[in-house]
Design a protein around this ligand. Structure first.
Ligand SMILES: Cc1cc2nc3c(=O)[nH]c(=O)nc-3n(C[C@H](O)[C@H](O)[C@H](O)COP(=O)(O)OP(=O)(O)OC[C@H]3O[C@@H](n4cnc5c(N)ncnc54)[C@H](O)[C@@H]3O)c2cc1C
Ligand code: FES
Length: 351
């Protein structure tokens, strides 16, 4: 037995019925072997609907690569809610997230987070990262889609004299645009960064069905490695544009929300959550994850869009529909992704 384990066992005897973990957390709330945590060290307002939250992570945090994201947990009315957020701080720095208030958890984070609060963390992940060698880059972002790219710019541009980056960033209005002052200052200080801003309420969107518009903002876009992050329509339009140009691999996409869902008029049904001893009536289009959370079931989740598989739960009986493809899953014992499936008739889940 390791020394650490032996001490833990001895202390367990002295502290029972509470665990040493419980006492350690009173002394130092970041000290938990079970769950990675961080303490909020600063909260900065950004634009009109967003805030950047700086976090000092506890033991066990693995440093992030520029562009990666992490799951962040926050307790709201006693229930721990998890969402994914890109880490906007540069590589080598403590994590920061920049959250735009659009729904329940993001609004809570923007409006109620204060210095000293404890947030729950999961390790950074994601492939939306800088290339390993020097390459001319084109970043296309809109709204909160700037956050992973901001981490990349902050990491790359001040350090590399040979950086060559064009950023095309859209926001509805100048007031809503994130990081505008910092981007303008970076452009002034570093000749390797060229920033094109577009305020869509007055200028309209950049039209990716018109190559001349793209040429006008970045004439050499074909020879650049391109990244895009923003609303679904922007991702779809740019993917189509690069594919039509015969360069489908020239564009790397980061999604914050699931791709377009397949519409259906199927009825839902009653979902039974066996282990949690709860049930709820669901319609045919709401993800089972949301139905369970609403009913007070502790549902595991991560990306909430069918990528990370954190939400896998065994189907005991019934049928569920994949909201992205329309495919029906009905095999007993099959692991279903609750974030992108909805009930088709009565469903019985193990959770
Ligand atoms: C890899 C990844 C990185 C992310 N990074 C960021 C980030 O840096 N900053 C940030 O603010 N958010 C980011 N998100 C989105 C974030 O995880 C949440 O989805 C978002 O904050 C909404 O959560 P909520 O609880 O407030 O809304 P909910 O109450 O869960 O949802 C409210 C409604 O908004 C819709 N919705 C969810 N996300 C979006 C979206 N991005 N745009 C438009 N509608 C949406 C939902 O479908 C739902 O209808 C990221 C998501 C992923 C998967
Ligand atoms: S929460 Fe990531 S796949 Fe369902």
């Amino acid at each position: 037995m390791g020394v650490r384990k032996a001490i833990h066992r001895a202390v367990s005897v002295l502290t029972s019925p509470a665990t040493p973990e419980d006492y350690l957390q009173v002394i130092n709330p970041l000290s938990s072997a079970r769950q990675l945590r961080g303490v909020v060290t600063a909260v900065r307002r950004e634009g009109t609907r967003s805030a950047t939250i700086s976090i000092r992570p506890g033991r066990g945090w693995a440093p992030h690569l520029a562009g990666q994201w992490a799951r962040i947990g926050v307790e709201i009315n006693g229930v721990r809610q998890w969402r994914s957020y890109s880490l906007s701080a540069p590589e080598g720095h403590d994590p920061e997230i920049t959250v735009t208030a659009i729904g329940r958890v993001s609004s809570h984070l923007v409006q109620h987070t204060k210095v000293g609060d404890i947030l729950f963390l999961a390790p950074p992940q994601g492939e939306f990262v800088l290339p390993t060698g020097p390459r001319p880059l084109l970043m296309i972002t809109a709204g909160s889609g700037i956050t992973p790219v901001m981490s990349m710019l902050r990491t790359l541009v001040p350090k590399r004299r040979d950086a060559d980056v064009v950023l095309v960033h859209s926001a509805r209005t100048e007031g809503e645009a994130l990081f505008l002052d910092e981007l303008r200052a970076m452009q002034r200080d570093y000749p390797g960064l060229h920033v094109v801003t577009r305020f869509t309420a007055t200028q309209g969107r950049l039209d990716f069905s018109d190559a001349a518009q793209v040429d006008a903002v970045c004439p050499d876009w074909r020879s650049r490695k391109a990244y895009v992050c923003g609303p679904i329509e922007l991702l779809d339009d740019t993917e189509k544009f690069w594919a039509n140009a015969g360069l489908p691999h020239g564009l790397q996409v980061e999604r914050f929300a699931p791709a377009q869902l397949v519409p259906s008029d199927t009825d839902g049904g009653r979902i039974t959550f066996a282990r949690s001893d709860k049930e709820a009536v669901a319609d045919g289009s709401t993800p089972i994850l949301e139905v369970g959370e609403e009913a007070g079931v502790i549902m595991p989740s991560g990306c909430r869009m069918g990528i990370c598989r954190t939400c896998l739960t065994p189907l005991v009986s019934g049928q569920v529909r994949d909201l992205r493809t329309g495919e029906i899953h009905a095999d007993e014992g099959e692991l279903i992704q609750t974030c992108i499936t909805a009930a088709v008739g009565p469903v019985h889940l193990e959770i």
